[in-house]
Design a protein around this ligand. Structure first.
Ligand SMILES: NC(=O)c1ccc[n+]([C@@H]2O[C@H](COP(=O)([O-])OP(=O)(O)OC[C@H]3O[C@@H](n4cnc5c(N)ncnc54)[C@H](O)[C@@H]3O)[C@@H](O)[C@H]2O)c1
Length: 250
């Protein structure tokens, strides 16, 4: 299937690591020109070098998604570099601390809400203004199964992801008339640096909660994101799609 992505341009927040990095690799393979934005400078440059080695056209941008003005500048940098912004992937995110709600502190929820929810609002707002002018755009955000069902020891994290799902529905409603598709993907627990704290015993226990009896890999998630960025998904918008080995069922 021809995805029709050749020559398109994308900004990927959290593009230095994990799901953002894997998505960058898959998009680059489809001929998408990339700006990867992240607040970890060293990882950002290492990832960009890897992508370039694989033949990608890639720019880097140091960005803290909690800063609305900086997000606007990152969108401008993408447009300046490539002439347009077709695709925004919101993958920047933080997890933890994995303790009970009553043990959380204001610092914990400021960070979770700042990165996982405000960060998605900041970048989507900046990108949508540009996409509206072009009457074209794709916005895909990394939500989570935790945003649908929520779970113990990650109550505020789940609330931020529930916020991303709601934001996705609302943006899809307003932006559809401008040819902009807005969707979210909801991974179950996936093996990335964010979940590197899981030891073998924890992985074995957690896998039992999944009908497919294993945790996810970035390669399970990125293809759906790429599909949602493609010409082949042009009638899909406002969705929060579970990719979780059957953990969430509908
Ligand atoms: N790994 C999982 O199990 C899982 C499951 C569901 C959803 N998610 C979501 O997927 C997204 C990607 O997670 P991942 O597993 O790839 O994690 P990861 O830690 O590998 O990658 C997250 C990236 O976001 C960057 N980042 C963090 N704070 C930032 C900020 N303020 N500004 C800019 N960049 C920032 C980090 O530097 C990192 O490169 C996150 O939104 C996460 O919540 C992950």
């Amino acid at each position: 299937m021809e995805l029709g992505l050749e020559g398109h341009t994308a900004m990927i927040t959290g593009g230095a690591s994990g799901l953002g990095k894997c998505t960058a690799q898959y998009l680059a393979a489809e001929g998408v020109r990339l700006l990867i934005a992240d607040n970890e400078e060293e990882t950002l440059e290492t990832t960009a070098a890897e992508l370039e080695k694989g033949g990608a056209e890639v720019k880097t941008h140091l960005l803290d998604v909690r800063d609305a003005e900086a997000c606007r500048e990152a969108v401008e940098a993408t447009v300046e570099a490539f002439g347009k912004l077709d695709i925004l992937i919101n993958s920047a995110g933080v997890g933890g601390p994995f303790n009970y709600f009553v043990e959380n502190t204001p610092e914990d929820w400021d960070k979770l809400i700042g990165v996982n929810l405000l960060g998605v609002i900041n970048c989507s707002h900046a990108a949508a203004a540009h996409m509206q002018e072009n009457n074209y755009g794709k916005i895909v955000s990394l939500a989570s199964e935790a945003g649908k069902a929520n779970e113990k020891r990650m109550v505020v994290y789940g609330a931020t992801k529930g916020g991303v799902i709601s934001l996705t529905r609302g943006m899809a409603l307003e932006l559809g008339r401008y040819g902009i598709n807005v969707n979210a993907v909801c991974p179950g627990v996936t093996r990335t640096p964010m979940t590197a704290y899981l030891d073998d015993a924890m992985v074995e226990t957690a896998s039992k909660f999944y009908p497919l009896q294993r945790l996810g890999e970035p390669e399970d998630i990125a293809p759906m994101i790429v599909f949602l960025c493609s010409q082949r998904s042009s009638w899909i918008t406002g969705q929060a799609i579970s990719i979780s080995g059957g953990f969430g069922r509908s």
